[in-house]
Design a binder for this molecule. Structure first.
Ligand code: SF4
Ligand code: SF4
Length: 358
């Protein structure tokens, strides 16, 4: 499968015409605000520049409903935070976080061009509302072309995310449990779950659409693609993986028969809250589906998608994950299998994830 975008290459430095300075790179360490390095060696802290379109809160329409070959009726929400935990304060223009609703998924953090939002070890996030960078932007009038140049310079600079082995098993587990608990409290639990997964896949660089929950015509929860290939994803947070596999088989049949997508181009994915116990019968079913129907279903826990988002890995780990890694069932075998296929950094993320999720 080649449908995942290539890793983002280091971009050339971007000159800020008004400042007369060139942004060299922006880096962010786990739990820290960004650090912006200029060509002359000076550093600035990532502070909120009060974006008029607030990408930490709202996605662009074309990102929320990208044009796909598998044109499922889309759930069109552009909200970045399905937990409704972030909104722009109309007075200050900076995001305000509702701490008890924030599960620490890291989506708003990853979308901020200035790295002005950081994760907290306690699980939430914090916004750097100091005016340092905003004052620069103010001179240029927000929403003007010059502001765009400034923001794009930040966004397009070479970003690096330093993720040392900081994410403990309990940290990941707590984020997943909080997310599942908050989703259960939403009026539209299923819609929220599919939208969360859609947002996470989009953040990994995939063109992804969330289906309309309850629409039996479209069926699939999330469809995504890149190039000629199509990903079909079922979201299963009620721990009924068996049912998710059945639904996914129906999705594949519809994609092949109605949309004419060759089966070989389909990447079947189930995102679960927790991996089933290794003795679960579902592993045998997955093996049968792989061997008899030639469909290698990937089962990925929500915690893994969180980790990829926090680590800024892009979709590489999903691509590199061996399709049958889950069939071995045992936690140690899973990790060993994954280690063989991933580089140290990604493997480290994954092993932490699997260490956290039984
Ligand atoms: S937190 Fe970041 S994305 Fe959000 S408004 Fe501020 S600078 Fe823009
Ligand atoms: S980290 Fe996730 S849950 Fe928290 S405010 Fe940001 S998007 Fe919402």
């Amino acid at each position: 499968l080649k449908f995942f975008k290539a890793p983002v290459k280091a971009k050339p430095p971007v000159r800020l015409p008004v400042l007369g300075r060139t942004v060299m790179r922006i880096s962010r360490a786990t739990f820290e605000f960004g650090s912006i390095e200029f060509e002359d060696g000076t550093l600035a802290e990532g502070t909120c520049i009060r974006c008029p379109d607030a990408p930490c809160v709202t996605m662009a329409d074309e990102d929320a409903v990208p044009s796909l070959r598998y044109e499922i009726p889309a759930y069109p929400s552009t909200a970045v935070c399905v937990f409704d935990a972030i909104d722009i304060d109309p007075t200050s223009g900076t995001p305000a976080i509702t701490a008890d609703r924030c599960v620490g998924c890291g989506l708003c953090v990853a979308r901020c061009p200035a790295n002005a939002i950081r994760m907290l070890p306690s699980g939430g996030v914090e916004v750097n509302t100091k005016e340092d960078l905003a004052l620069v932007a103010t001179d240029w009038e927000r929403s003007s072309e010059r502001f765009d140049i400034f923001r794009n310079a930040l966004r397009d600079s070479s970003h690096s995310v330093v993720t040392p082995t900081m994410f403990s098993a309990s940290f990941i587990e707590a984020r997943v449990e909080h997310a599942l608990a908050e989703l259960r409290m939403l009026p539209g639990t299923r819609a929220g779950a599919t939208q969360l997964v859609r947002n996470l896949l989009t953040q990994l660089g995939l063109e992804a659409r969330a289906g309309v929950p309850g629409d039996t015509n479209s069926r699939v929860d999330v469809a995504f693609e890149c190039g000629a290939n199509v990903g079909l994803c079922e979201v299963e947070f009620a721990e009924d993986l068996l049912s998710a596999v059945r639904r996914l088989l129906a999705d594949v049949a519809i994609a092949v028969n109605r949309y004419g997508i060759p089966k070989a181009q389909i990447y079947p994915l189930v995102v679960v809250g927790m991996l089933p116990n290794k003795r679960s019968d579902v592993y045998e079913l997955l093996r049968d589906v792989r061997d008899e129907v030639y469909l290698p279903i990937h089962v990925v826990p929500l915690g893994a998608l969180f980790l990829f988002t926090w680590g800024g890995t892009g979709a590489g780990p999903l691509r590199d994950m061996p399709a049958d890694f889950q069939l071995h069932g045992g936690k140690k075998d899973v990790i060993d299998d994954v280690l063989k296929h991933l580089d140290i950094n990604r493997a480290s993320l994954l092993s932490q994830c699997f260490a956290a999720i039984k």
